[in-house]
Design a protein around this ligand. Sequence first.
Ligand SMILES: Cc1cc2nc3c(=O)[nH]c(=O)nc-3n(C[C@H](O)[C@H](O)[C@H](O)COP(=O)(O)OP(=O)(O)OC[C@H]3O[C@@H](n4cnc5c(N)ncnc54)[C@H](O)[C@@H]3O)c2cc1C
Length: 254
Amino acid sequence: MAQGSAKIRIAHAEPLGQGARLLRIERVDGAELGFAGGQYVIINTGVTLPGGKLAKRAYSLISSDAEQRAVEIAVKRIGAGPGSNVLNDIAVGAELEWSGPWGKLRLPPGFSGRALVVATDTGITAALGVARGAAAAGAAQLDLLWLVESDDYFVSEAFVRERLPPPVRLTVAGGFLPAGHPERPARACALVEDQLAAGPYDAVLCAGDGAVIYPLRDGPLRDGPLRDRLASLGAPEGSVLLESFFNNPLKKSV
Ligand SMILES: Cc1cc2nc3c(=O)[nH]c(=O)nc-3n(C[C@H](O)[C@H](O)[C@H](O)COP(=O)(O)OP(=O)(O)OC[C@H]3O[C@@H](n4cnc5c(N)ncnc54)[C@H](O)[C@@H]3O)c2cc1C
C-alpha cells in the first residue's frame, strides 16, 4: 500500500502505568497499512495550536509488521502537550486522520547479519518495531540496548520482553539521566562503547533523544569497520541510521 492519508479508528485502549497508553488502531476502510517494522505514522490529533496549525504528531508502530490491519502504538503523556494528551484521553471508537507509513529506520530487506539497536526513552517503540519486523522476515541476530530513567518512565521492561522475539538480546541501562541533563550524551557514549565490545555489528540503528543519538553517531559509532558496513547498507558514510523522537538538532520543533 502506498503512503497516504486515511481515517483511522481507535479500536482498543489500555493504560500503561501512570502516564502512558497502549492504543490499537485500524483504518476505517479496513485496508492494510503496508508498513515495515521501525516505521511510524503521523496522527492529526485535531487540536489547533495557538499559531493556527493543527497538532500532527508522529508515533512508531510497535506491533509486528506480519499484521497489517490492526496496529499498536504506545503514547507517553508529555506534560500539557496537545498530541500526547489527546491520545491518552481519547475514547475507544473515536476516529482521526493519519498519514504514513513514514521513516527509514529499518534493516534492509534480506539483511542477515548482526545488528545493534540503541533506544533512549520512548524510542523503545521504534526499536520494538525494528526487532519484530526483523523476526517476521526471519532475519538477523539483534541486540537491543535501551537507555531509560526507570521502569515506570513509559512501557515497562516486562512489556518490552513480552513482545521481543526470542533471539533478541535486550540490555536495559536503567537509571539513565533524565532528558535535558547535560551529561546524558557522554553517559550514553560510554554505555554504547561497552555494548560495542559485544559486537562486531553489521548495522546500528538508534531511536529516541536527538541530543543523545547524534553524539553517538559522531562518537563511538563513527570509526572502524562499522563505517564500511553501514555504507554498504546505504547509510551515509560514517553514520548510523537515526530516528530522532525529540531534540532533533535538524529541526526547530517536531
Ligand atoms: C519519528 C517519531 C516517532 C515517535 N514515536 C513516539 C512513540 O512511539 N511514542 C511516544 O510517546 N512519542 C513518540 N514520538 C513523540 C511524539 O511525536 C510527540 O512529540 C509527543 O507525543 C509529544 O507531543 P505533544 O503534542 O504532547 O507535546 P509537544 O508540545 O509537541 O511536546 C513538548 C516537547 O516535548 C518533547 N518531547 C517529546 N517526547 C519527549 C520525551 N519522551 N521526553 C522529553 N521530551 C519529549 C517534544 O519534542 C517537545 O519539545 C515520536 C516522535 C517522532 C519524531
